[in-house]
Design a protein around this ligand. Structure first.
Ligand code: MLT
Length: 409
């Protein structure tokens, strides 16, 4: 008789964003005439710019005749695209070989799948709060014990609390861990890690032969030139880090799907030669994945062209203006607000210390605005709430106005 993977039953709740969508739908059924404004999931809303649309068309046109038609491409991604990514890293002071870059259908699948090349008895450390994929995929893989209802933590995971006191970026773990997930600019807190902070993790990882899985999906939102956009800008990181990135937030590809991972050949792991993790990730990808869509990769190449970059930058600026509108509106109400200056997320402290989910209901009921409860990202997210800066300007302005006028504080 077939048996299920019982690790799924350890998951403490449904995936966060479908749960929010479900609650929002219920509210809309009760109040069909109310206009609900969504600042929940970090989903891009603005159309792709002309250079990128042209790139996608080029990709489609190539499929229309025999001479340029392509079927399966390289599993690791189109070489031209990987060369363009390599050049992008080079411009940021990071030297990579194209064989260290793997194109994929997004940062979410990569950040979920990367754990599969590591042993299940590795001890993992995760920022708390964090993007739920890191925890959930490790639970599913059997790398954790049960969920503890009291602490709201999984046994076996080392949680690195990100709090107001530490500026939402924790210190290195106090004990030895094997895999460390870091995200900067951070989803959900909007905090960014300084070079010194990343350096301390790189030193820790090199000392303990741990691997850092660095999620840089929001790196294009960094405004402060002192903040690293890649962990590889820290010396020694190529011996201890994997970096995951995406076209989703930087180029509006949330529905188009394109991302990449960098798995350096110099990555050091226990009892395996240099290049082993890179080879395993290549093996994993060509077994489970047939490469990103050729049309989409043509679009990605256009994103990385000088014109594409310029046009995408304008859209990022637009979202960052949204972030400023949200942040200023909330500050004017006297709320305690973080993030939003190097990231498209605003992280606010719930007023009156109410729970994150209670604030979700209150905000929806009183201001008709959907956000994301901080506790959905981990126990240290309790008492906080995330608002996303992705949205049409008029909706963002209306949401802020509704909050200012109707939220009872
Ligand atoms: C989020 O809202 O946290 C993210 O947009 C979800 C995602 O990127 O998968």
């Amino acid at each position: 008789m077939a048996k299920i993977n019982a690790n799924y039953d350890k998951l403490s709740a449904g995936y966060l964003f479908p749960e929010i969508a479900k609650r929002t739908r219920k509210f809309q059924q009760l109040y069909p005439n109310v206009r609900v404004l969504r600042l929940g999931i970090g989903d891009t809303t603005e159309p792709l710019p002309p250079a990128v649309i042209d790139g996608l068309y080029e990709g489609v046109k190539k499929l229309a005749n025999r001479e340029s038609y392509t079927g399966y491409g390289d599993y690791e991604g189109n070489l031209e695209l990987r060369e363009a990514l390599k050049a992008q890293y080079q411009a940021a002071g990071v030297d990579l070989d194209v064989s260290e870059i793997f194109v994929s259908d997004g940062a979410k699948p990569d950040s979920g799948n990367i754990q599969s090349v590591f042993a299940t008895d590795n001890v993992i450390a995760i920022q708390d709060p964090a993007y739920p994929v890191y925890v959930d995929t490790n639970v599913i893989a059997g790398r954790t014990g049960l969920y503890n209802q009291e602490t709201k933590q999984y046994d076996g995971i080392i949680y690195m609390p990100c709090t107001e006191e530490n500026g939402f970026f924790s210190d290195v773990p106090g004990q030895k861990v094997d895999l460390i997930y870091l995200c900067s600019p951070n989803n959900p807190t909007g905090a960014v890690a300084t070079k010194m902070q990343l350096k301390s993790f790189v030193e820790y990882a090199r000392t303990h032969k741990s691997v850092i899985i660095f999620d840089a999906a929001y790196s294009d939102y960094i405004r402060d030139s002192e903040i690293p956009t890649s962990i590889f800008q820290v010396e020694g990181a190529k011996e201890c880090a994997i970096e995951i990135n995406s076209f989703s937030k930087s180029a509006g590809f949330t529905g188009v799907r394109l991302g990449w991972s960098v798995v350096p050949k110099s990555l050091a792991v226990l009892d395996a030669p240099a290049g082993k993790v890179n080879a395993l990730w290549a093996r994993r990808q060509c077994t489970f994945f047939n490469g990103a869509s050729n049309v989409v990769q043509a679009g990605g190449l256009a994103v990385l062209s000088p014109l594409g970059r310029q046009e995408c930058r304008k859209i990022i600026d637009y979202y960052m203006e949204n972030a400023a509108i949200i942040r200023d509106g909330l500050l004017a109400l006297g709320l305690t607000v973080y993030g939003g200056d190097n990231a498209p997320y605003i992280w606010l402290k719930t007023p009156g210390n109410i729970s994150s989910w209670d604030f979700f209901d209150k905000l929806l009921r009183e201001a008709n605005v959907v956000g994301t409860p901080g506790s959905g990202f981990g126990p240290h997210g309790e008492g906080f709430f995330r608002l996303s800066a992705f949205g049409h300007r008029e909706n963002v302005e209306m949401a802020v106005e509704n909050i200012k006028q109707n939220l009872r504080l």
